[in-house]
Design a protein around this ligand. Sequence first.
Ligand code: WT7
Length: 679
Amino acid sequence: MADKGEGVYIPHDHIRENSHVSSIEQYQKMYKESVENPEAFWGKIAQDFYWKSQCSGKFWEYNYDVRQGEIFIKWMAGATTNVCYNCLDHNIEKGLGDSVAFYWEGNYPGDASQITYSELLKEVCKCANVLINKGVKKGDRVAIYMPMIVELVVAMLACARIGAVHSIVFGGFSADSLAGRILDSKSSVLITADGVYRGEKLLNLKDISDTAIQECLDAGFTVNSCIVVRHLGEKREPGAGGDMEHHPPKRPCIKLQTNWHNDRDCWWHDLMADASDQFEPVWLDAEDPLFMLYTSGSTGKPKGVLHTQAGYMLYAATTTKYVFDYKPGEIYWCTADIGWITGHSYITYGPMLNGATSVIFEGMPLWPDAGRMWEIVDKYKVSKFYTAPTAIRTLMKFGEDYVKKHSRKSLKVLGTVGEPINPEAWLWYYNVIGDKRCSIVDTYWQTETGGHVLTPLPGATPAKPGSATLPFFGQVPAVVNENGEELDGPCEGYLVLKQPWPGQMRTVYGDHQRFERTYFQKFPGYYCTGDGCTRDKDGYYWITGRTDDMMNVSGHLLSTAEVESALIEHSAVAEAAVVSYPHSIKGECVYCFVTLKEGKLFNDALVGELKGKVRQKIGPIAVPEYIQNAPGLPKTRSGKIMRRVLRKIARNQKDLGDVSTMADSSVVEVLFQNRPKDV
Ligand code: WT7
C-alpha cells in the first residue's frame, strides 16, 4: 500500500495487479451480491468443495429475534460432506498430494520437518483408526492439549474425519482450566504430549494433564484414555515404530518424570504403529458439529463455542483466500497458537481448504533473539504473514536492527488480529517489517464468528491505520445506540451484525439459552458482538473495545468475573473486583482490587500468593499486573460493584462521572491513596 496522505494507504500495483479482488469497485460488486443473494454467492463457492450429497432444502435459514422464538442458524442443512476429506483427499485428487502442507519449525533453530498432503492423509487416517479403537464415535468430544506440533493437526483432522468434536485447550492453560473444559464438554479421551520447550522454559503437559484428569475424577467424571505424543522423550531405537527417530541434535532429549497409568495412558507412537493408514470418512450433515472451543464469558464460566461443518468450511476457506489473497504455491504463516480460534481457522482449516503450504512454528518471537520471526520468513520465503498487535509492539521495543538483518523480500500481505492495533504499531508493521511494499490487513473477528468480519482486502481496500475498514463478504454490520436504534452515517455505538453468515457459531455447547442471552438479548434482531465502534464518513469501522466486563490481554479475552473468582478462593480475600488497565505491550492488563478479611495483612507475600492463585486457576496469561488493597469497594445502593468507578481509580482519573447511586463515596478517596506505587 502506498501512503496517499491523510492517513490513507492504497494497495500497491504489484499486489493489486494479480490479486483475486483488484479494485474497490470489484469488492463492492461482490459484496453486494454476497449480502443480497447469499445463496448464489455461497452456492458458487460451495462448488469448489466435495459434497457426498447436495443440499435439497433451504440453502440458509435463521431466526435472529428472541421475540419470535428460539434462535437458530442453518446453512445447507441436509447436504453431507466431510471437512477433513475436503482438506486432504479432495486436494490430493486435484494433484496436490506431493506438495507440502506444513513446514514445521521447532522451538530450537535447526529443529524442523515437513509433511506433504499425501503423508498427512496417512497420518490422519491412522489417528482416525486409533480414535475409533478407543471407542470414539460420531458426536463424541475429544479434548486436545498439545504444543504446536504436526501431531496436533493430525489429531484435529482425525476427529473431523470420524465426526468427533474436537475441543482444543490452549497449552498455556492451567490444569484447573483444562479440567473445567474436559468436564463441561464431557470428553472421555484426552490427547496430549509429554512436554514442550517454549524458549528455554519447559512445560510438562503430561503432568498437567494428570492433575486435570484427577480433578475430573474427583468431580465424578472419568477420562478413559490419555494419548501421549512423545515429543521430548528419549530417542527410541530405529524400527521401534512410528516416525519419531528424527530427533534433532538441538532439541533437549529428556525423559520426563511422568506417572504412567497403564489402564489409561498410551503412547501415540505405539497406537499409530499398529493402525491402518486407510479410513473412509464419516459423511456428516452440514449442520453436524465440527468443533467446540472455549472462550471467556462475562459471568466467569467459559463458553463452549460450537461450530458446524459446511458453513464453517465455506467461511474459513473463503476468508483465507480473499483476505490473504492466497494463491497456489505461496507460503503462508500464521503465528497464532492452534489453541485459539485464529489457529483453527487460519492455520488448519482455512489454509488447508485452499491447498496451501503453511508454516507451523512451535517457539516464540523473542527466542533465541528478536529476529527469529524474520529468520523464519526468509528460510521458507513466507509471502502471507499473520500475527497479533501485541507481538508487533514487543518487537518494536527491540528496534529495527533485528528486522533489517533479514531480507523479508518474499513478504506481500501482513495481517493482524486480536485487538485494535494502535496506528504507531500499524505504521511500524508497514514501514519497517513490510518495507512500505506490503498490504496490511487488520482483521476484526471473534471466536464466535469463525472467521473475519471486518477487514481490508489486500489488493482492493484503501487502508487507514487503526481501522479494520469494511465488512467481509456476507457481513452486514450496523451501529446501534443503547436503545438498539440503528445509527446512520458517521457515528459511535455498539457494533452488531444484522444477518447470519456461514461461519457463525450455532450454540454454546450444552447451554443454548446462554447463547441466546449472550448474543441476542441485548438488541433483539441482531447478533451483538460486545464491541463498541465508531464509523467514519467513508463507512470505515474503528473498534473501540469491549462494552461488557471483558478484558483483552495480548489479544486474548478474559472476563473480570473469572479472575475475581480465582482471587476469592484465597483464604485472606473477602471480596475482589477486577478491571482492565492499559499496557504498552499487552494492550490491556489485569488490575485487581481486593478487600481482605478481618485481621489479614496486605503485603508482598500476599500479592505473590494471589498472583499464584490466578496462575493456578486460569493460567499465566491471566496473572494480574497490579493488585491493590481495597478496605472498601464502591458499590451502588443495591450492592453492585461499580467497575466503571474502579476503572477511573486504576487510571488515577478524578472525574468519576455520575456517582449519585454510590452507597458510600468515602471509600473512593482511600482507594485513590492506596494505588500501587508502580502503576
Ligand atoms: C475480540 C474477540 C478473533 C481471533 C482473536 C481473538 C477483539 C479481535 C480485533 C481487531 C479490534 C479486535 C474484539 C473481539 N478483536 N480482533 N482486528 N481490532 N479488536 O478472538 O478471543 O474471541 O476475541 O477480540 O474485542 O470481540 P477472541
